[in-house]
Design a protein around this ligand. Structure first.
Ligand SMILES: [Zn+2]
Length: 406
């Protein structure tokens, strides 16, 4: 690396370490920010010489990045931004901290994908899904898909690993030169009923989807979730035993195996490593507290709330919603989520926007009790399991009360 980049990298690591020592999170954002101030090309310098995979999409990218890094670990040390700092500051910090590794798997915010592709020249880009997110800030889904499509068309060397079940992703990846398709299923359909190519209706049946007005349809996937395992492109089925709950994480595992395979990792070598991942930045973590087994599930937009209802067991469930900057200020998305799967479960609510949640639950006929704090909710729960489903800052608050579980 040039001298300026070396200095920038060293200062970046120090700043991140200081921030961590001061108890201000994991320090990756401030570390990367300072590094990029000293050398604006620092990310490109740090990326040079590494074989890199980027993972992007509205949901599942932190988990898939973690699983992908575990799978790629078969080949050697892997740098990764495992705590979800998914903008260039986070990537810079992660690579500076990791030192020289032959591989990197990086989670990338959808909006930054084009820039991070330019700066890191990845070998593989994985595209998971696109759905509505943070209404006051995120791009419309179709605009996001268009941005990806333009970017991928401009980088014909990229190997794209993409979700065949999401019409918006398929359209975005359709102009890429090398594409491997995986099938992870799609529970949330309400952002892809209209064809992004021609505006006609999209129809679905038996796991397939097709546009009623043009060529766009579900491609034949190379990697497929089947029962509790994944079928690889040769047709071999692999049992995938995850500690992470839910069908959606089997889909994330399929994506991770497909990414690793692009680097030459065989699924039979990667699968045992996926099983070792117990939680991801506190998500899915199970913590024993006062005789209750608390499990933390993050849900930050309509699609991820649906997945969380699928993951949560039929047990007392605490819902917590905030509307601070990282969450987005607009909570009207609560009306896009069908809360009826919670009927019959003891439901507790808390968070800054608990009363928005209360109105929403009442509309869906779901009974609930309001709690002023996580501790109060814990005391109100009988010994046994407590499922916690929370959006971003609400999740971080509860995670802090549980002593920042990983
Ligand atoms: Zn069409």
């Amino acid at each position: 690396m040039p001298l300026r980049a070396k200095v920038a990298s060293s200062v970046s690591r120090t700043a991140a370490a200081l921030s961590r020592a001061a108890g201000r999170g994991d320090g990756s954002v401030i570390g990367g920010w300072i590094g990029l101030k000293i050398d604006p090309d620092l990310l490109a310098h740090l990326a040079a010489g590494r074989a890199i995979a980027l993972v992007s999409g509205t949901n599942g990218k932190t988990t898939t990045t973690r699983l992908g890094a575990a799978a790629l670990g078969v080949l050697g040390p892997v740098a990764t931004n495992s705590f979800g700092a998914n903008m260039p500051t986070g990537h810079t910090s992660a690579l500076a901290k990791a030192g020289a590794t032959p591989f990197a798997v990086l989670e990338v915010d959808e909006h930054y994908l084009a820039r991070v592709i330019e700066e890191t020249t990845p070998r593989v880009v994985a595209l998971l899904n696109l759905s509505r997110d943070q209404l006051d800030r995120a791009k419309e889904v179709a605009m996001m898909a268009q941005l990806w499509r333009t970017t991928l068309a401009a980088h014909p060397d990229l190997h794209v690993v993409a979700n065949a079940d999401d019409p918006m992703v398929v359209w975005a990846a359709a102009r890429a030169a090398h594409t491997v398709w995986f099938s992870a299923g799609q529970r949330w359909l309400d952002d892809s009923w209209v064809c992004p190519e021609c505006g006609s209706a999209i129809e679905r049946a038996d796991g397939e989807w097709w546009c009623t007005g043009c060529y766009l349809r579900r491609p034949r996937p190379h990697w497929v979730v089947e029962d509790d395992g994944v079928v690889d492109p040769r047709g071999d089925w692999h049992l995938v035993k995850l500690q992470l709950p839910g069908q959606v994480n089997l889909g994330n595992a399929a994506a991770a195996l497909a990414v690793a395979a692009e680097f030459g990792v065989r699924p039979i070598e990667a699968v045992p490593r996926l099983a070792a991942v117990a939680s991801v930045a506190g998500r899915y973590a199970q913590v024993e507290r006062d005789g209750r087994l608390v499990r933390l599930l993050l849900a930050k937009n309509p699609a991820s709330w649906l997945e969380a209802f699928d993951m949560a067991e039929f047990a007392p469930t605490l819902l917590s919603v905030n509307a601070r900057d990282p969450d987005g200020h607009d909570t009207s998305w609560l009306y896009d989520v069908d809360f009826s799967p919670l009927r019959g479960r003891p439901v507790l609510i808390t968070g800054d926007r608990a009363f928005d949640l209360a109105v929403r639950l009442e509309v869906n006929g779901v009974g609930f009790r309001h709690m002023t704090s996580f501790d109060e909710a814990l005391l109100a729960t009988p010994p046994g399991r407590l499922e916690v489903i929370a959006n971003y800052t609400a999740f971080q608050d509860i995670r802090a009360e549980l002593d920042r579980v990983n």
